[in-house]
Ligand binder design. Structure first.
Ligand SMILES: C[S@@+](CC[C@H](N)C(=O)[O-])C[C@H]1O[C@@H](n2cnc3c(N)ncnc32)[C@H](O)[C@@H]1O
Length: 228
């Protein structure tokens, strides 16, 4: 799948209330969430996002975890998109973030939806190490699956599987579908160029109307339910 489109909220430095320095305060994150029209975060959650951002910047300088590098872009493209996703997830008990990378959307989901048991699946060792450190520092109970999702025991299934910017789409899709429990949800981050292909690929899934990403001109969330 293509990476999320670079057409987000705001217009670069200062466009979403984020200053150009390397520090982003909890207040600035709350303002960005409000400007994007998303529901306010629960008390304490914006401070956790500020801490997550600091960790990302520190590790990204050495390990190249994400190509989105500046604080304002990380808030605008990674955080806001994933916060919107977390707020849309139906009431469920378990979620697999397939190809979590630096934690998107799994870590924002774990921060916003502590009732969900989140598994962050990531095959690259350096990214899995970051996920371990990030979840430890942020006090999250999310587990890390350090390997290819295809290697999970066949019986391991989840009520929600998220897919965001995962490459080798055909193989990833087949593996993701296997991990969705009967009656569970698949949530795909898509653009107008991929939405039709994505929904067509997962034929046995009943798709809801694509949800436009807040403040984005060409990004959608696809939510589909696997039959019982
Ligand atoms: C482009 S990154 C996107 C990461 C994150 N979802 C995001 O939106 O920023 C895709 C990640 O998926 C991981 N990945 C791809 N196929 C995988 C598989 N079959 N099992 C586990 N991880 C996988 C890659 O190692 C990579 O870190």
């Amino acid at each position: 799948m293509a990476a999320p489109a670079d057409t987000g909220v705001g217009s670069g430095i200062g466009g979403n209330g984020i200053s150009s320095g390397n520090e982003v305060t909890a207040g600035e994150i709350e303002s960005s969430v409000a400007e994007a029209g998303l529901n306010p975060l629960a008390p304490g959650v914006s401070a956790k996002f500020a801490q997550y951002l600091e960790l990302l910047l520190k590790w990204n300088a050495k390990l190249n975890l994400t190509a989105i590098r500046t604080p304002e872009d990380i808030v605008r493209r990674h955080f806001l998109e994933c916060i919107q996703c977390a707020q849309l997830i139906p009431p469920v008990a378990s979620l697999l973030d397939f190809g979590s990378g630096a934690g998107f959307p799994g870590i924002p989901v774990a921060l916003l939806r502590p009732e969900i048991s989140v598994t962050l699946g990531e095959s690259q060792a350096k990214k899995a190490a970051f996920l371990r450190e990030a979840t430890r520092s942020l006090g999250l109970s999310a587990s890390i699956f350090d390997g290819r999702i295809e290697a999970m025991p066949p019986s391991q299934q989840f009520e929600v599987v998220t897919l965001r910017a995962v490459d080798k789409m055909t193989a990833a899709y087949a593996a993701a579908f296997e991990r969705v429990a009967p009656g569970g949800w698949l949530i795909v981050f898509a653009t107008s160029g991929t939405a039709e292909r994505d929904t067509a690929y997962f034929a046995p899934i009943a798709w809801e109307a694509p949800v436009p990403m807040t403040g984005m001109s060409d990004a959608f969330l696809l939510l589909g339910r696997k039959s019982e």
